[in-house]
Write a protein that binds this ligand. Structure first.
Ligand code: ZN
Ligand code: ZN
Length: 239
């Protein structure tokens, strides 16, 4: 059996919630739609997928597994996967955010933006494998590297009288490196795409950061430039 990716579990969980915390029948339109989406999604590069991969009946089974992973469930537990319990709890605790997340994941899969291009692998940050942080993080990082998006952000900051300095530490490439650093700065998605449920990148959701702070934003759990600034302050107080 091909293990369920956390984002796949989220999409199944979303169906359960939308169905009033009930399982989804294999014959339903929802099960068939999710089945065909996940079959097309290519979320398991390098794995040989069985013929019945994410069939409508496997979707139905997963929704039953999710219900038995719910803490409110009192019946006999079935086998549930590693992400099931945590995803169900997240839907119970923050239904709105999880609903947004599911919508954004679905949009990224439908648009093909989440597809890993095998030729582009070396471009993916060396520390992270493609899916480590999930589909939305992957898509956000890909958009950050998009030169058009970066240019638009830089232009809008300059047009509003801002400077190209790091929002976390204040570093300015042109000050440090002279003409060679002129116009250089990196952009960072302040939060991955699920928080607002946005499917397009808005310039407000991007921050300017230097390369060091940018690395720290992405290392491990995704944190904001403000978080990095707080780390810098705390470290300087310790010295
Ligand atoms: Zn910085
Ligand atoms: Zn970033």
């Amino acid at each position: 059996m091909v293990r369920w990716h956390r984002d796949e579990v989220i999409l199944a969980g979303d169906l359960v919630v939308k169905n009033g915390w009930n399982a989804i029948r294999a014959t339903s339109r929802e099960a068939r739609d999710l089945s065909s989406l996940l079959r097309r999604a290519q979320l398991h590069p390098g794995e040989t997928l069985p013929k019945n991969f994410r069939s409508p009946s496997s979707i139905q089974r997963k929704t039953y597994d999710l219900l038995t992973a719910d803490e409110a469930y009192r019946g006999k537990p079935t086998r549930f996967g590693p992400h099931d319990r945590e995803v169900v709890r997240a839907f119970r605790e923050k239904p709105e955010e999880m609903g947004h997340r599911a919508d954004a994941i679905r949009a990224a899969l439908v648009s093909g933006e989440a597809l890993v291009n095998p030729d582009a692998q070396p471009d993916i940050d060396d520390e992270a494998t493609a899916w480590e942080g999930g589909i939305l993080e992957f898509v956000a990082r890909r958009r950050e590297r998009n030169s058009t998006i970066r240019r638009k952000k830089i232009e809008s900051v300059l047009a509003h009288g801002g400077s190209l300095s790091c929002e976390a530490c204040g570093f300015e490439f042109s000050t440090a490196y002279g003409p060679r650093g002129e116009g250089y700065i990196e952009v960072h998605h302040v939060s991955p795409l699920h928080v607002t449920g946005e499917t397009e990148t808005s310039l407000e959701s991007l921050a300017l950061v230097c390369s060091n702070c940018h690395r720290m934003c992405h290392r491990g759990e995704w944190i904001t430039p403000a978080d990095v600034a707080a780390l810098l302050r705390a470290a300087s107080q310790r010295r």
